[in-house]
Design a protein around this ligand. Structure first.
Ligand code: GLA
Ligand code: ZN
Length: 686
């Protein structure tokens, strides 16, 4: 992939708020000494500093920031310089109340909090443009500045009159005529047709929520509006130094905006990860979910590393329970980010604020003011580890399997009233499939329906309820050319207008999958059926697996039946199929199963199609491996998410291994990993 910044290998640092400590000038000096001690080389500065930068309109105070940037740079510490639009000074809201966000119930916010501006407000655009320009004029060529940190975690939507008008304009552009809009929104239903553009209003609890086309268009529009806002912020800073890259920090699998769209506006992806480690019985799930999110973030900009822009060195103060990271967990979670393609480990936050809502949120420097703390030691350990890994910075990630995850589908499947309103469990299904692969150390990229499928051999599309016809066509070509496609229940129900297909489900995927889904049965909690494997192509012939919640009643048209239902009136009907199509194969899993089925299924897939895992070692339960590749070397990150110590059998890995973190010469093929332990093995490339 290549490194993002020529100045640095791995980045290690935090959000830094010296603007909260201007009254105590000794703090900066102390902080810098500790940053060096922790081997930190980059800080994000200015994220929420607007009131200190522009205390009154047009009156700028840059002296403090000059001195922070100069002093950090003189000490070898680089900067992500933030634009401050994430929170605004009170004077902005008082003078220009249109910047205040209006909620979906049409209440208008008072001043306060953050992340709550109107993205369409001309005044907010003007004011953010001005402060961004001032920052860029002054600092775009400062040698400390590595990149622009645009705003902070854009989120939410605004329903004010300015946004309503912008929405109508967006719709006019998309549909041209009301007749077309009424048709494609199917608004004749309940007489919801529009006879003038002015009648259209954003969806909300006081008005329209039943027109699915309107609901999904509003989300698409808001994604576009935020992308344009982000573009506007970047356009204000870029001209001063076009070589300086820009990012905005994402929040993982956040549902508010289509991140495939927002990703187009930035030069590289960065994001903020806050897993709930050590939740009883959930540790593996948490690790798997975090791995998925890292893969999603990396995949948003194929071919580039991403940055872990925030993570907590200790606990958060907003999760239900602020559980301390157990010994080892901090290094393990940092290495997980790097394993999946991050070239940084950054924290929120460097130093705890003394007051306000985040005063008890984890930080590198606690209120006691030094690093002789457990967290301080943990952070130092990560700093040292990143130095040892330096040759792996910018290393590639390689996946033969891609999983389809797209916001349109996610919004649509969750919006529909249908077979299981007590829980359609789209996100859970994606996780089940992803984690079955992750547990087998099989690398996965995430793709949208617009992505290039050619780098992959297997495409997995869990619950692809909304299918784009062009994507279905590309899938058919992909399979015909020898690819493997895996689809599940509740696929191919609607087109991108959220209108049901009328050619039999799964719509445009019917041919390639070789099945017709006639009906789907919703099961109550606790109700189950079974799938028995009948096909001899699957080594588990005869084995039965429990299924639950959603059972698709399908007809195998050209597909072979791999397994059948065992109970109820549909006993004996196909529950899993495989269709030979051209040179490839397309699987349909008709019911939601437990992970036992998916583990076996993906093992069969990996075996049958020779999919490469990140290591050939048989890893103990709870242990996974993820690899990156650079200059003829593989870097295999072996991660133990269980609290039990394990012993790895290195003789099962065909390549010669050097443990980089421990820095030892291997004496023995038995390698001990403690509970929550991690090792990175450098290996001669295959
Ligand atoms: C988010 C924000 C940070 C901080 C952290 C706390 O990620 O970007 O400013 O509030 O959460 O976990
Ligand atoms: Zn608005």
């Amino acid at each position: 992939m290549g490194r993002l910044f020529t100045q640095l290998n791995f980045l290690h640092g935090a959000d830094y708020n010296p603007d909260q400590w201007l009254g105590q000038p000794d703090i900066l000096e102390k902080d810098i000494a500790m940053m060096k001690e922790a081997k930190c080389n980059v800080m994000s500065v200015g994220i929420f500093s607007w009131s200190k930068l522009e205390p009154a309109e047009g009156e700028y105070q840059f002296g403090w920031l000059d001195s922070v940037l100069d002093t950090l740079y003189a000490n070898g510490i680089y900067i992500f310089l933030a634009t401050p639009s994430g929170a605004r000074p009170a004077w902005v809201s008082e003078k220009y109340p249109e910047v205040l966000r209006t909620n979906s119930d049409l209440t208008k916010n008072l001043h306060g909090e953050r992340h709550n501006h109107c993205v369409s407000s001309p005044e907010y655009l003007r004011l953010t443009g001005k402060i961004n320009t001032q920052l860029a004029k002054r600092y775009a060529h400062h040698p400390a500045v590595l990149a622009w940190h645009i705003s902070n975690e854009y989120g939410g939507d605004c329903h004010c009159e300015i946004c309503q008008q912008a929405f109508r304009d967006w719709l006019k552009k998309k549909y041209q005529t009301l007749e077309n809009l009424n048709q494609r929104w199917w608004s004749a239903f309940w007489s919801h047709e529009y006879s003038s553009w002015s009648q259209i209003h954003s969806p909300g609890p006081l008005g329209e929520q039943s027109v699915h086309g309107l609901n999904i268009d509003w989300r698409r529009f808001m994604s576009e509006q935020v992308a344009l806002f982000c573009r506007h912020e970047i356009e204000a800073v870029k001209p001063f130094n076009p070589a300086l890259p820009a990012t905005t920090n994402f929040h993982g699998a956040f549902s508010d905006y289509d991140y495939w769209r927002l990703a187009q506006e930035v030069d590289f992806i960065s994001w903020d990860s806050y897993p709930e480690w050590h939740k009883p019985q959930k540790q593996q799930e948490t690790a798997g979910y975090t791995a998925f999110t890292f893969d999603l973030m990396r995949s948003l900009k194929p071919g580039l590393p991403f940055l872990l822009m925030e993570s907590t060195p200790g606990t958060t103060n907003w999760q239900a329970v602020s559980k301390l990271k157990r010994p080892g967990m901090h290094l393990l979670s940092a290495m997980q980010a790097v394993a999946h393609g991050s070239d940084s480990v950054q924290y929120f936050q460097w130093r705890k604020s003394r007051g306000s809502v985040e005063k008890l949120h984890g930080a590198v420097v606690d209120h006691v003011g030094h690093l002789n703390t457990r967290v301080g030691q943990d952070v130092k350990q990560v700093g040292a580890a990143l130095e040892k890994l330096a040759p792996a910075a910018g290393a590639d990630y390689r996946a033969e399997v891609a999983m389809v995850y797209d916001w349109d589908n996610r919004w649509a499947v969750n919006d529909a009233a249908g077979p299981r309103n007590c829980g359609i469990k789209f996100e859970e299904t994606v996780q089940q499939h992803y984690q079955a692969l992750w547990q087998q150390s099989i690398p996965v990229d995430i793709v949208s329906q617009q992505s290039d499928l050619s780098p992959y051999r297997v495409i997995v599309a869990p619950m692809l309820y909304m299918v784009n016809e062009a994507f279905a066509e590309r899938v058919s070509q992909f399979v015909a050319a020898g690819g493997v496609f895996i689809a599940t229940y509740w696929t191919g129900i609607v087109n991108p207008d959220d209108l049901c297909f009328t050619t039999g489900f799964p719509g445009p995927l019917r041919d390639v999958l070789g099945i017709w889904s006639e009906e789907i049965d919703g099961l109550y909690e606790g109700e189950t059926n079974q799938i028995a494997i009948t096909s001899s192509t699957w080594s588990r012939t005869g084995r039965a697996y429990e299924c639950r919640e959603l059972c698709d009643l399908i007809h195998a048209e050209t597909a072979d039946v791999l397994g059948v239902y065992q109970q109820d009136f549909y006993a004996g009907r196909p529950a899993a199929t495989r269709n030979l199509y051209g040179k490839g194969q397309a699987y349909y899993l008709a019911a939601r199963t437990g992970s036992d089925f998916l583990q076996d299924f993906y093992q069969m897939i990996a075996h049958e199609y020779g999919i490469t895992a990140s290591t050939t070692m048989q890893l103990p339960e709870g242990v996974v491996a993820t690899a990156r590749y650079r200059e003829g070397q593989a870097y295999i990150f072996v991660q133990n998410y269980s609290d039990q110590a394990v012993t790895l059998d290195l003789s099962e890995e065909s390549r010669e291994l050097t443990p980089l973190l421990k820095g030892d010469v291997l004496r023995d093929h038995r390698y001990p990993l403690p509970g929550f332990g991690v090792e990175v093995f450098m290996a001669g490339n295959k």
